[in-house]
Design a protein around this ligand. Structure first.
Ligand SMILES: [Fe+2]
Ligand SMILES: [Fe+2]
Length: 483
């Protein structure tokens, strides 16, 4: 079809749909633009005029949709060779960030550097801030912590007879930042108090002024044989207001945000023998098919997507947003916001409301803490994602121990430090479901959309699939929806 035929086609379409045409505007259009306009007219019902405002209106609409989603932290990949120097700089930046948080605690306002503590010869009450290099139990059952800051290392003794303190020290993990208040000895400190960066008590429970809902899901594993397609299609119907009673239909209309916290697709080559667990082997096709399903979500709902360890990219954290070449069909959906893992967003702000800060983290470090932290392990380990999330918020770090996840060191900033206190801390990965409040932060661990695989049986993951977590942003009331 040539240029003039295409124009005639558009005029015909406008005639059929009762749209008034500005001929000057039509004559100015380039050939590619004609196609775009034609598609736009065919897809949109409420167009009255075909003039230069047609696209401005469309762009404005997109703007309005997405203006309520502001991306505050989004890691962009920096490809360069990492050296040992980068690791040192990375730990220093982590120390500085957490030192700043710890120093806000009044008990640590007069904290001294470790080299000054080492020089003390008299018994004195001192306070210190450092990263835990090592934790050991002595022959007599006390706990020895080696604490490090940029000036040196010192040993801290936690006496087993100090029951509460000892219990607290048991949960200390390598590389976390702590403050110590204690008595100086000869190159040693006897701990009286252990302080964590934690969340201050004055954090308020924010509520939106306007009606609206946010929905959280994770771990679709699209392309896996175990993907619960029927259940997911049910979810899509629900979000379109096509199922459930009148109340549900009214709620569905008010959904503004849908968050997907990683493992969007099943991926390929993630674990040995994965080929037999997938029904779509090609990773490109996995994203393509996934985008087809997500395209059925009403376009006024912003879909925020971060990657997980199954997605087609490096698993070292931070993970940049899904790569455009693999996940192109997801980028092409007009209501998607693609972010890194972790990421920090602000949603639902208005001139008189500052909006909610949402911290998204897929959760790759979770199994490590479920296992290594005694108090979490004894309470159910992986089943207790609420305890894991609380543990991380107290440490203000998404993976305090270096060995709990793979990290790409960034010399300027440790992106896994929780420097901004979020209103919602949202995670996935372990395929269970957890929801709890901690100091006015809603901690949400969202489940998956697949049944248990052999690989998960080996790793002790018992999924609670096909659930969505829905939050009423005006009341902060949370509901778990089972599909
Ligand atoms: Fe997963
Ligand atoms: Fe995962």
């Amino acid at each position: 079809m040539d240029y003039s035929e295409k124009k005639k086609e558009i005029i015909k379409l406008c005639f059929e749909k009762d749209i008034l045409v500005n001929p000057d505007f039509l004559n100015q259009l380039q050939e590619e633009e004609l196609e775009k306009i034609q598609r736009f007219i065919a897809e949109n019902e409420d167009i009255n005029f075909l003039d230069k405002n047609i696209f401005e209106n469309q762009n404005n609409e997109k703007q309005i949709n997405k203006s309520n989603v502001k991306v505050l932290f989004n890691y962009q990949e920096e490809s360069k060779k990492r050296t040992e120097q980068d690791f040192i700089a990375y730990f220093n930046s982590r120390y500085k960030a957490l030192e700043q948080i710890l120093k806000q605690r009044f008990e640590l306002q007069d904290a001294i550097s470790i080299n000054r503590a080492l020089a003390k010869t008299e018994k004195e009450t001192i306070s210190l801030i450092g990263l835990v290099e090592e934790k050991q139990i002595t022959k007599n059952g006390h706990i020895f912590i080696t604490l490090e800051d940029p000036t040196g290392k010192i040993r801290v003794l936690v006496n087993k007879d100090r029951k509460d303190l000892f219990q607290q020290a048991k949960d200390i993990v390598e590389d976390e930042a702590i403050g110590i208040k204690g008595t100086s000895g000869n190159k040693i400190v006897f701990a009286d108090n252990i302080l964590q960066p934690d969340i201050p008590l004055n954090k308020t429970l924010k509520k939106s002024k306007q009606e609206g809902y946010a929905v959280f899901i994770s771990d679709l594993h699209f392309g896996a044989k175990n993907f619960l397609r029927d259940k997911f299609e049910q979810f899509i119907k629900w979000i379109n207001g096509e199922v459930g009673g009148e109340e549900h239909k009214q709620i569905a209309k008010k959904i503004k945000y849908l968050f997907i916290v990683g493992d969007v697709v099943e991926g390929a080559g993630i674990y040995p023998g994965q080929e037999k667990d997938v029904f779509i082997e090609d990773i490109y096709e996995q994203y393509e098919e996934c985008a087809k399903i997500l395209s059925k979500i009403p376009s006024h709902i912003s879909i925020i997507i971060c990657p997980g360890n199954h997605d087609a990219m490096r698993i070292a954290e931070p993970q940049p947003p899904l790569y455009k070449d693999f996940a192109k069909p997801l980028y092409e959906l007009k209501n998607t916001v693609m972010v890194s893992n972790p990421a920090l967003l602000n949603i639902d702000s208005t001139p008189d409301f500052e909006g909610f800060d949402i911290l998204l983290y897929h959760g790759f470090s979770f199994p490590y803490y479920a296992d290594i932290v005694e108090s979490i392990r004894n309470e159910g380990g992986m089943e207790r994602s609420d305890l894991i999330m609380k543990f991380l918020l107290q440490r203000r770090h998404l993976a305090p121990s270096h060995s709990s996840t793979l990290t790409i060191p960034d010399a300027n900033k440790d992106p896994l430090v929780i420097d901004t206190i979020p209103d919602f801390f949202v995670t996935g990965h372990i395929h269970t479901l957890g929801f709890a409040e901690y100091k006015n932060i809603s901690m949400i661990n969202v489940s998956c959309w697949m049944t248990q695989t052999d690989d998960q049986i080996r790793r002790g993951i018992v999924p609670k699939p096909a659930r969505a977590v829905m939050v009423n942003l005006k009341t902060r009331r949370t509901k778990i929806l089972k599909f």
